[in-house]
Design a protein around this ligand. Structure first.
Ligand SMILES: [Zn+2]
Length: 538
């Protein structure tokens, strides 16, 4: 909050339900996942000035992803490594053996049985302190962890064996370590920044010169999402009640889960609670005895916790903190779902089947991939889906004739859509009113910044605010954007830089006020997006 991006002051006045994006269109960059030469990674990009958590949820479900304020969506049928959005139903999650092993080793570390290098600590036989401490509650329970130390075993015999094998026994250490996870809204933090530098240099071999504070901010601190903490109510709620305008999807989603979980068929609940710290972008700090050992950068959205990035102390490589972090984030979702029933998924970003570095994402089960053709979530456990993914080129995940089947992934969807339609239209009408006034404010802000932008809610822009070839060019551009955003784009304010799209209009009547450097900054946004790809592959 302290370091306002340009326009941030302006955005204070914008309702948190409003999204304003600046369309950039298609671009190509080098790929972070394969070693093909040249700009083989192709995406649609836009700069999000602000984005509501609801709109970002919808965009994620359309295959978009953000890197700072830059949002992008790969062209699945044209890019070299087509990525699919992958998610896990956290409430149905069952850990694998190797995931349980990571948990167990971490517990042993917190119990003082391992040193900071993950090595066994030698223990004297018959030490009274030893047995006393074994009765203390486990220290492995972190602030948002609900099930700590389910087995409670201390592995004594293994410990003794290891001690015998260890030629140089370490100093005895049985003091339990205190583990906590602190959640705070996304903000710059010097300690986190230093950890990120060490991580990038040591784990990814990045050049120190590329690890400046501004890169860190752009990639992991800046966010178009704004914190929203008030409870949600059904339509009828308004600004006076905490700034919420209901997103009709809530009722449908929550009703679905209610039916699935308890068989209750009451009317949809009237209120949806926010998770403990609200919705928005957060950093989770993992601390052991106060020392920062890892940071999870996440977005908390109506239906999910979306993992954006995770970095950790390189000397803790033995602890598989990346996996441990994913397990803690899954735990977070489980807990949050108790108060916010719509929130039950864990999004792990993109999944590229042919990319070995990403295979780990499929180990969190049951996982689903979003099929861009059918719009359905399809289970990754289906051999047919796996077969379609082989080879690495884009393929619909389900045969079109099977797409209409109800395989349980989206039960009752049609009914739910029917009942939520009305609410959605009302909400969108209201949002569109808001949007026009907001857009005017933003336009003034932009003009003050020396840029000329066409501002329009999508429906207005579509009617063609401009005539002639410029209007046609804009219309084509908007149609492309519309296809990329789908329903998600319904209520998003669409900004476009006329100087780039229709320079003749600017030359005719415009007072351009000086060329903006937005293209240059977009280009750096775009390179961030591709480097996020490389980083995200870890
Ligand atoms: Zn590639």
């Amino acid at each position: 909050m302290a370091t306002a991006a340009p326009g941030a002051r302006r955005s204070q006045a914008i309702p948190t339900t409003t999204s304003i994006v600046e369309d950039h269109g298609s671009y190509a960059s080098s790929c972070g996942y394969c070693d093909r030469e040249g700009p083989t990674s192709k995406s649609h990009g836009m700069h999000a000035h602000v984005c509501s958590v609801e709109d970002y949820q919808s965009l994620l479900d359309r295959g978009w992803r953000r890197s700072g304020r830059w949002m992008y969506r790969p062209h699945l049928n044209d890019t070299c490594c087509p990525p699919y959005t992958i998610r896990l139903d956290a409430c149905a999650f069952a850990p694998t053996k190797s995931q349980r092993k990571v948990e167990k080793r971490w517990r042993q570390y917190l119990d003082g049985e391992l040193d900071d290098d993950g090595k066994r600590v030698a223990v004297d036989d018959g030490d009274e302190d030893d047995s006393k401490r074994a009765d203390e509650p486990s220290a492995s329970s972190a602030s948002f962890e609900s099930t700590a130390n389910p087995s409670g075993d201390r592995e004594k015999t293994h410990l003794e064996k290891t001690r015998d094998a260890d030629a140089t026994p370490k100093t005895k250490r049985l003091t339990k370590r205190v583990f906590e996870i602190r959640e705070a809204p996304s903000a710059f933090d010097e300690e986190e920044y230093r950890l990120w530098r060490r991580y990038q240099a040591s784990v990814h071999g990045d050049d120190e010169g590329s690890l400046g504070k501004s890169s860190y901010r752009r990639f992991l601190v800046d966010t178009p999402l704004r914190l929203r903490q008030a409870p949600v109510r059904e339509p009828g709620n308004d600004e006076e009640q905490g700034g919420w305008v209901e997103w009709a999807g809530y009722a449908a989603t929550e009703q679905k889960h209610k039916e699935n979980d308890a068989g209750e068929n009451d009317a949809a609940p009237r209120t949806v609670r926010a998770p403990p710290n609200g919705f928005g972008s957060f950093h989770h700090q993992y601390r052991v005895d106060g020392r920062l050992v890892a940071v999870g950068v996440v977005d908390v959205l109506p239906k999910c916790l979306s993992s954006k990035y995770f970095f950790w102390e390189p000397s803790f490589a033995w602890a598989s903190l990346g996996k441990l972090g994913a397990l803690r984030e899954i735990e977070w979702v489980k807990n949050a779902s108790k108060t916010c029933a719509s929130l039950r998924y864990y999004y792990l970003g993109y999944y590229i089947h042919e990319c070995p570095k990403m295979r780990y994402k499929a180990e969190y089960r049951p996982s689903e991939l979003k099929c861009a053709v059918t719009g359905k979530w399809t289970t990754l456990d289906d051999p047919d889906v796996l077969r379609r993914l082989e080879g690495g080129s884009f393929a619909p995940l389900r045969a079109p004739e099977a797409a209409g089947d109800d395989d349980g992934a989206e039960p009752k969807k049609k009914d739910a859509e029917k009942t939520s339609r009305l609410g959605e239209d009302e909400v969108n009408a209201k949002r569109e009113e808001d949007v026009v006034s907001v857009a005017r404010d933003v336009l003034v802000g932009m003009a003050a910044g020396g840029q000329i932008l066409q501002v329009a809610p999508f429906s207005l822009a579509r009617q063609g605010p401009l005539g002639g070839p410029a209007g046609a060019a804009l219309a084509r551009r908007i149609e492309t954007w519309r296809r990329a955003t789908g329903d998600a784009g319904d209520a998003i304010v669409y900004l476009v830089d006329l100087e780039r799209v229709a320079p003749e209009v600017v030359a005719d009547g415009g007072d351009s006020g000086g060329a903006s450097d937005e293209s240059a900054s977009d280009a750096s946004d775009a390179s961030d997006a591709s480097s996020e790809g490389a980083m995200g592959a870890s």
